[in-house]
Design a protein around this ligand. Structure first.
Ligand code: SAM
Length: 214
């Protein structure tokens, strides 16, 4: 998935991944952090989940390739913003219009990954998880919502990212807890037409161990 693929998706309004409601797993499972904790939302699109995180008094940073998506976030939610280069700020939320892999801050208390790891093809996911860990403080946590389905029936994105793969990426330096899983019949035509029978959503809490314990 190169950058052009995502720019085209935004240009063509092919954004079925965008949710009009706040994600229920986020509301149930996001760690209880102290006010002003720094939360990273990688590959954030124009997710309204960032508004909920801000309402919890966290300092939210979203990274999104598409400048259109970033500007739509502020427009859709009637938020004023300041813009300096490719960085957009409003109270409690900073959005960077650019490539996650170039984002170098390393002091995040938590990361929220919904439809982000699963947006990337297999060959990018090891670098992606490594990069997320480089952004996260020791004892920091990732709330990850991943999907599983019969990948051989239909190509991603979203990709199926099974539990074993998540363990491969994160278990060396993190503790991983599966918090919730839901199985449903897929509704999106892409999956129905391909004959995918079960679509699973799994929610994990991934906690980075101090480096002396890695
Ligand atoms: C499937 S969407 C998910 C968006 C969001 N997480 C949500 O829940 O609505 C993936 C997003 O990642 C963005 N993206 C893809 N590669 C990226 C990269 N390297 N850096 C930053 N954003 C990227 C795309 O433009 C797209 O908006």
């Amino acid at each position: 998935m190169d950058h052009e693929f995502w720019h085209e998706r935004w240009k063509e309004r092919n954004i079925g991944f965008h949710q009009s409601e706040i994600n229920s797993e986020l509301k149930t499972h996001f760690p209880k952090l102290s006010p002003n904790s720094k939360v990273l939302v990688p590959l954030c699109g124009k997710s309204k989940d960032m508004l909920w995180l801000k309402e919890q008094h966290f300092n939210v940073t979203g990274i999104e390739l598409s400048q259109d998506a970033v500007e739509e976030f502020f427009k859709d939610n009637n938020l004023n913003f300041n813009k300096l280069d490719q960085v957009y700020t409003t109270e409690g939320i900073t959005l960077h219009a650019g490539d996650l892999f170039k984002h170098q801050e390393s002091d995040y208390d938590a990361i929220y990954d919904r439809a982000s790891m699963v947006a990337l093809p297999p060959e990018m996911r090891a670098d992606y998880s490594k990069h997320l860990l480089s952004c996260l403080k020791e004892n920091g946590q990732i709330l990850l919502i991943a999907f599983e389905y019969a990948q051989e029936k239909v190509p991603g994105p979203p990709f199926s990212v099974p539990e074993d793969e998540i363990k491969n990426h994160y278990s060396k330096s993190c503790d991983i807890v599966l918090l919730a899983q839901k199985s449903e019949k897929p509704k999106a035509p892409k999956f129905v037409e391909a004959g995918v029978e079960v679509f699973k959503r799994k929610t994990y809490l991934i906690t980075k161990r101090p480096s002396s314990e890695a």
